[in-house]
Design a protein around this ligand. Structure first.
Ligand SMILES: Nc1ncnc2c1ncn2[C@@H]1O[C@H](COP(=O)(O)OP(=O)(O)OP(=O)(O)O)[C@@H](O)[C@H]1O
Ligand SMILES: [Mg+2]
Length: 320
């Protein structure tokens, strides 16, 4: 028994119920001239059934992270488990199976996994080459209905609008019933109304139990998500969690999600106790250099600029 626990700790394999676990994940892109540190020790756990949004500036590492999880690219260091599979040690052969059955991927532009001259239905049936054909058709029809495209299942892909193609792309990604649906800016090139519709499709899928990880630039849409993690410079810097008052109201249409303050924001401590502070707060400290004082006061950790801290010490000294 003790041996087993030890083995588990050594392999870093997560507990049941945790679908994604990244620990100190690093990705370095090497070119002839340079090395880019795209992920700099990223930690994240996602449980089965969660809908998590990832936000962050351009170049912060969002797509890199999604590509690691999707098995499209290999991590450089750290550890990454998805559905019990170790993305570091998986053989090429296992990786092919993983990409086919564990994860489904939706991109901003889905041209690369669609055949323009086939119908929507045929496109959704395409990834299911292992199942029997009657079942394939039934399942593909069901998926198209789920994304609100049942009425256009016979239309050729190149006759559909961008938003409609995007909905079919979601059905294609779900064709093999993946444990995890990954979406990299799926609403990036559609208008606001279509973006809302597509987002509601993701929410509905999640209510039915689908685990989803979605990268978005759209802050307004991210306000409807229970958990939003922000990546800064290749690390998770903060996390927003939907306030309890909104948890049961996700399906309501009367709420103006764009203007309401729906989430609580938290800074995130990494596994060794490091913390990224928001830039605005650091500026507020008026630091001369990069040093701050950290003190434990009344059960709180107080971070202050050196001058401010010594001024308050002096003041305390006067009253003593
Ligand atoms: N194949 C690659 N080769 C070299 N560098 C890369 C490669 N892919 C990404 N990068 C670099 O890694 C960093 C992270 O890129 P990434 O695409 O993950 O950012 P992102 O957060 O998805 O940005 P965006 O919001 O613009 O899509 C960037 O500095 C980028 O230039
Ligand atoms: Mg990207």
């Amino acid at each position: 028994m003790a041996e087993k626990t030890e083995e588990k700790e050594q392999s870093g394999k997560p507990d049941a119920g945790v679908l994604i676990r990244a620990d100190n994940l690093v990705k370095i892109y090497k070119t002839k001239e340079t090395e880019v540190l795209a992920l700099q020790g990223l930690d994240l756990s996602v449980e089965q059934g969660e809908l998590t949004a990832i936000i962050g500036n351009s170049g912060s590492g969002k797509s890199t992270f999604l590509n690691m999880i999707g098995g499209l690219d290999r991590p450089s260091a750290g550890s990454l488990f998805v559905d019990g599979g170790n993305l570091f040690t998986m053989s090429e052969h296992e990786l092919v199976r993983y990409k086919r059955s564990t994860v489904g991927f939706v991109w901003q532009n889905n041209g690369r996994n669609m055949l323009p001259f086939l119908s929507a239905l045929e496109n959704v049936m395409m990834p299911m080459f292992l199942s029997n054909s009657r079942k394939k058709k039934e399942k593909a029809t069901e998926l198209l209905e789920m994304v609100g495209m049942g009425h256009k299942k016979a239309s050729r892909m190149n006759m559909l609008s961008g938003g409609e193609q995007q909905r079919v792309a979601i059905a294609i990604a779900l064709a093999n019933s993946p444990k995890l649906l990954l979406a990299d800016e799926p609403t990036g090139s559609v208008d606001t109304a279509t973006a809302n519709y597509i987002f509601d499709v993701f929410s509905e899928l999640n209510r039915n139990g689908q685990t989803i990880l979605i990268v978005t630039h759209d802050i307004a849409l991210s306000k409807k998500v229970k958990r939003v993690v922000a990546i800064r410079d290749g690390k998770i810097s903060s996390e927003r969690v939907l306030k309890e008052a909104y948890q049961d109201r996700l399906a309501e249409t009367g709420i103006d999600w764009r203007s309401e303050d729906t989430q609580d924001e938290y800074a995130v401590l990494d596994r060794v106790g490091r913390l990224q502070l928001p830039q605005e707060m650091i500026q507020g400290l008026k630091l001369g250099d990069n040093k701050v004082r950290v003190a434990f006061q009344d059960g709180k950790i107080v971070i202050s600029g050196p001058e401010e801290a010594s001024a308050s010490e002096e003041k305390n000294g006067e009253t003593d």
